[in-house]
Design a protein around this ligand. Structure first.
Ligand code: MN
Length: 464
């Protein structure tokens, strides 16, 4: 009964810096003590972390689990996806609810909450609006712990909203202490390029990238920043993928706009040439993969603090669903516009960003900040998540910096039969992972009891 865990002898890294210390995980699921040279008590189960880093559990603020896309569905649900997340060192996710046009957002929220019940780690939800909503709806969401909203500047058919809607929702959000996140691509211009490509008979996978150029991401990013400035609101750019879009964020930050940006490992490690491979359809994501030089700029942005967070946009599909396309055609997708877009990544984020530490691009402290602390602060979870301070949730990762980990689908635990990083081995992987004091994963195995994650009611969020 009421056992505690003493994680001994590791190098603790969190907002209080880097030091050799022992960490006691209390029987209430919170951090009880962090101090050098703690003596084990009769209540302690001890865990040897010598030679390892001890860090806050990862916080992945951009996931899509269980999600239907056209006639197919994302291959990970909240059980398989959160188990894989735990194995990779992530103990909190925030998944995106979408209220499609004509749907009651609170009904959509209830749907996602029922989908999310099998989670084995804690989870929050963002709300996506696809049409104007009254201020009352913002208040209703905030009252339910949904303190961030997503708006798409792309996908005119299904998701896109106009600038008037963006401005109004930004003003409402500001009033209620909520944050607007934006998918920044110029959807109308992209639609025109797509139609032109199809009309010219250019239907191959590479056209996905050719019709979504970085300049149209940059243009929408700059427009999002202008709207945030007008509304005097905070804004957060999801999945920033290119150097021109980063330049737009920088330019806005320099004139005082409160805008933050997230990037994803796929934009740091993969490039557009993957779309020309035989299995190129497996690399379709939006924004698309870019020419390799963009990644150097993104790493620089991470090191300098211009990019705030690394999330995954985890959105995997079985290969047979990719081939069938969103229309689920027996003879396969007809053209690039029917390929379900999104990559697996919920398990591999910490390891891939850690590779940037090994390469000397960022520091260990940056890694913790980008993967745990900053997203927890920004999305209303601080200091319960993203921190090892006393009283924070005992979400703890013992990170073995010497463990060599393959990244082929067979080495990993996400419900998907391909890996964008197949053929790569990283060095650095979790040895043990706790969620609220419960050991949930150890050495590549998830041992969590089903449905033990909790819904996180997030508090009002970031300003500046
Ligand atoms: Mn997404």
């Amino acid at each position: 009964m009421s056992r505690t865990t003493l994680v001994r002898g590791g190098t603790v890294v969190d907002c209080d810096g880097e030091r050799i210390a022992d960490v006691r995980l209390g029987s209430d699921g919170r951090i009880a003590t962090v101090s050098a040279g703690l003596d084990a008590t009769a209540d302690d189960d001890t865990y040897d972390a010598a030679g390892c880093y001890v860090v806050p559990g990862g916080v992945d603020v951009h996931t899509h689990l269980h999600l239907p896309v056209g006639n197919v569905r994302v291959s990970d649900d909240f059980d398989t996806g959160t188990r894989a997340a735990a194995i990779g060192g992530t103990t909190t996710i925030i998944d995106y609810v979408t209220a499609y046009r004509g749907e009651d957002p609170l009904a959509a929220l209830a749907t996602w909450q029922s989908w999310a019940e099998p989670s084995v780690i804690d989870y929050g939800l963002h709300m996506t609006f696809t049409e104007p909503v009254p201020e009352r709806m913002i208040a209703d969401c905030v009252a339910r712990g949904v303190t961030s909203f997503k708006l798409y500047m792309a996908y005119p058919e299904l998701l896109q909203v106009d600038d008037d809607t963006i401005l109004k929702i930004m003003r409402h959000a500001r009033k209620h202490g909520a944050l607007v996140t934006l998918h920044c691509e110029d959807g109308d211009a992209i639609e025109s390029l797509r139609q032109a490509a199809l009309a010219a008979g250019r239907t191959g996978v590479i056209e996905h990238a050719n019709t979504r150029p970085a300049q149209l991401e940059a243009q929408a990013t700059a427009r999002a920043a202008r709207l945030a400035e007008q509304a005097d609101a905070d804004a957060y750019v999801v999945h920033l993928s290119s150097a021109p879009a980063l330049a737009a964020v920088r330019e806005a930050q320099e004139r005082g706009v409160r805008i933050a940006a997230e990037t994803c490992p796929q934009y740091l490690y993969l490039d557009v040439s993957a779309l020309e491979r035989d299995d190129g359809a497996n690399f379709v994501c939006t924004p698309p993969l870019r020419d390799a030089w963009h990644a150097d700029e993104l790493w620089e942005g991470l090191a300098r603090g211009w990019i705030h967070t690394v999330a995954t946009d985890h959105c995997p599909f079985w290969m047979h669903d990719r081939r069938a396309g969103t229309q689920a055609r027996a003879d396969g997708y007809r053209d690039f516009t029917e390929i379900p877009g999104g990559l697996p990544g919920i398990e591999t984020r910490l390891a891939l960003v850690w590779d940037g530490v090994r390469a000397g691009r960022i520091t260990v402290a940056d890694w913790v900040r980008l993967c745990a602390e900053a997203p927890a602060r920004t999305f209303g979870l601080w200091p319960a998540k993203g921190s090892l301070q006393i009283g924070s949730d005992a979400d703890v990762v013992v990170w073995d910096p010497r463990h060599a980990q393959g990244l082929a689908a067979g080495d990993l635990h996400m419900a998907v039969d391909h890996s964008p990083y197949a053929g790569h081995t990283t060095t650095g992987w979790p040895r043990a992972v706790w969620s609220r004091g419960r050991l949930v994963a150890e050495r590549g195995r998830c041992i969590a009891e089903p449905a033990t994650g909790r819904y996180l009611e997030r508090h009002a969020v970031w300003s500046g």
